[in-house]
Write a protein that binds this ligand. Structure first.
Ligand SMILES: [Zn+2]
Length: 641
């Protein structure tokens, strides 16, 4: 029930390349027209109003303590406490959203940064005040909880929350044991923190000289730039320098990684779980089979991936072997479409047509009623997100729009999040409105699928079609194949620890190279994975989030399966999908998706995704084989040669 403060979008570091065209960052916010800026006054009319509300909520926090020790006394007492906690949580969330978005508008401004910190502190206080609730519910016990649920109608909306606490009873320890585990909390972040400082701040990243004579420091951002450049030798040099440098610290990275894995094992054993995977998936109650089925299915689908790699090699015109350092270079270099915000709005609106008039009317509101902060400006936070945390207001979106196709796609993506928040917030009581992480990227990916389908219906000239189709394949490669490859590596690494095998940088490099060679068809010479790629694992921060990345892949396949059904014109499928958008967190993620029309405990979602991937490749191969048609462009944006 205690919802996360900010419903920020998931970001796939090292997957979705950051736009390198950040020239717009110099834009003065004052010069941006109001209609392209979000209107935070919908949340509070002024900072002073925010301040007054914050004082009021702060004063109310201690009231929660009044219920301590009394939750089991009557169904009414339990309902009173949960209503109070839920109300405070909702009010804090609204306060937090205002402060954090104000801070993101201009990260240099000290005032909003301070407001954000105040809210972090207040949230921590709230967490402390509310911390007795779950242990007390456990002590009440399953039988009494059920009796209470029948006796008190106000408890109905807390049914899911209460039963979820009771479900975890077998893995909850005695009070004093729980206290020891809680005290270990600050230690538990050590491995991740040390890794973060080393890789982001202290690491001696190498500098290389490019073919143009330019010197480039190959740190994380330098690396994501160099791997995409058109000059092949520069790419090779950049990747080799980056991974070789990481490899020279392999012992340190191996030690921090080992500490992380040992931490997970410690909590798994303490809480009486059978494995590291089990403890990690039990919170969101995701069956282990969903994880292992994904890995098995993707391995079975490697022939489709290898077909993609061969297609890439052909399109790039590589005559010798395709190498790992060729995988991020542009597939089609000649197409550069740009779109004004009005064109982007028109396309996104039209693309969401299959979802019906009600959906589109809310999308229109997002544009007309200033839910979106569109343009980059000096000091503004980079990237993009949707924030649905102001439950009684409406969701907001932060973008850094530069007019490329990717920006239009990002807009559609964030609108997907926004619409799920909008429908969940307007359909569910606050306590059930927050949708689980496992489904969070479904609505966004679904919208990207709608957009690409719509654009393909509009654009007939071969280079642009190839570019769009290529874009789709790149997304699929980065989200489904690469993330599953990471998920498999992660699982094997934790299994090594469970078998008592040492986790060293050397052992992890061997494991990583093995898996990568298999995925990329190294032995069949489909793509050569050079030995230094063995150290890529130490570049991925997500391994410190423990069995997290597989959700990128499952979200993608779930969205593909659902979009395929809706685009086929199945009205029942559309209704189920819209109901899913409004279902918030009223059930476990797997059940939400099952009701939406996709069963993640089967192979169907992945199989549908691979089938579409093959159809896309069929079309691309056909386009590449056909003689070039005369370029004919409709009013879908300006093509710059
Ligand atoms: Zn997202």
């Amino acid at each position: 029930m205690l919802r996360r403060q900010v419903r920020a979008a998931l970001t796939v570091a090292g997957v979705v390349g950051m736009s390198v065209l950040m020239t717009g960052q110099n834009r003065d916010r004052m010069a941006v027209a109001d209609r392209y800026k979000w209107n935070l006054a919908d949340i509070y009319p002024s900072d002073a109003a925010w301040r007054a509300e914050k004082e009021r909520v702060t004063a109310g926090l201690p009231t929660l303590r009044a219920f301590e020790g009394k939750l089991g006394s009557s169904p009414q007492a339990l309902a009173d406490a949960l209503e109070q906690a839920s109300r405070l949580d909702k009010e804090l969330s609204r306060l937090f959203v205002y402060a954090s978005m104000l801070a993101d508008q201009d990260t240099r401004a000290a005032g909003p940064q301070g407001m954000q910190q105040e809210m972090q502190q207040l949230y921590a206080n709230f967490g402390a005040q509310a911390s007795y609730i779950e242990p007390e519910v456990l002590r009440i016990g399953a039988a009494t909880v059920e009796t209470f649920l029948t006796a008190e109608p106000r408890l109905k909306i807390y049914t899911f929350y209460l039963r979820d606490i009771v479900r975890r009873a077998a893995h909850t320890l005695t009070d004093s044991e729980e206290r020891i585990l809680a005290d270990a909390g600050p230690l538990a972040g050590s491995a991740s923190n040390i890794y973060g400082i080393l890789s982001n701040a202290d690491f001696p990243y190498p500098t290389i000289t490019l073919s143009t004579g330019r010197r480039l420091k190959v740190d994380q951002s330098g690396y994501s730039e160099i791997r995409t450049v058109a000059n092949r030798e520069d790419r090779r040099k950049g990747m080799s320098a980056f991974f070789t440098a990481l490899g020279s610290f392999s012992r340190t990275f191996g030690t921090t990684m080992n500490s992380e894995v040992q931490k997970v094992s410690f909590f798994a054993k303490s809480r009486k779980y059978g494995s590291n995977l089990e403890v990690s998936l039990d919170g969101p109650h995701i069956p282990i089979g969903v994880y292992t089925r994904l890995i098995d299915g993707v391995n079975r689908s490697l022939p489709a991936f290898h077909r993609y790699l061969r297609l890439r090699k052909k399109m790039m015109g590589i005559t010798g072997d395709l190498h790992y350092y060729d995988l991020y270079a542009p597939l089609v270099s000649s197409v550069n479409l740009t779109y004004t915000p009005e064109e982007a709005e028109k396309h996104v609106l039209a693309a969401t047509g299959p979802l019906g008039e009600d959906y589109q009317s809310v999308v229109r509101r997002a544009f007309n009623e200033r839910w979106i902060d569109l343009y980059p400006s000096e000091g503004k936070r980079s990237g993009a997100y949707s924030n649905g945390g102001a439950y009684d207001v409406h969701p907001y979106m932060l973008l850094n729009y530069l007019g490329q196709y990717n920006d239009v796609s990002t807009l559609a993506h964030e609108l997907g999040h926004t619409m799920q928040s909008y429908y969940s917030n307007t359909t569910q009581p606050y306590a059930l409105s927050n949708y689980p992480i496992f489904v969070a990227e479904v609505a966004s990916t679904f919208n990207e699928a709608l957009l690409i389908e719509y654009m393909l219906g509009q654009i007939k000239d071969t280079p642009t079609r190839l570019s769009l189709l290529g874009n789709y394949l790149e997304g699929l490669k980065a989200t489904v194949f690469r993330q599953t490859q990471f998920a498999e590596f992660e699982l094997r690494m934790h299994e090594m620890a469970e078998k008592g095998q040492p986790i060293t940088g050397e052992a992890l490099a061997t494991l990583y190279l093995d898996i990568t060679k298999r995925y990329y068809g190294h032995d069949q010479k489909i793509c050569i994975v050079d030995d230094y790629v063995a150290h890529e694992w130490s570049y991925i921060p997500h391994f410190y989030r423990d069995f997290y990345v597989f959700q990128y892949a499952t979200s993608f396949t779930a969205a593909e399966a659902l979009a395929t059904k809706v685009l086929a014109g199945d009205q029942a499928a559309r209704q189920r999908y819209l109901a899913f958008l409004g279902a918030g967190g009223s059930q476990y993620a797997i059940d939400l998706l099952k009701d939406a029309g996709v069963d993640m405990t089967t192979d169907e979602p992945l199989d549908l995704t691979i089938a579409r991937m093959n159809r896309v490749m069929d079309e691309m191969e056909k386009l590449l084989a056909a003689p070039p048609a005369p370029a004919r462009r409709r009013a879908q944006g300006r093509a710059i040669p």
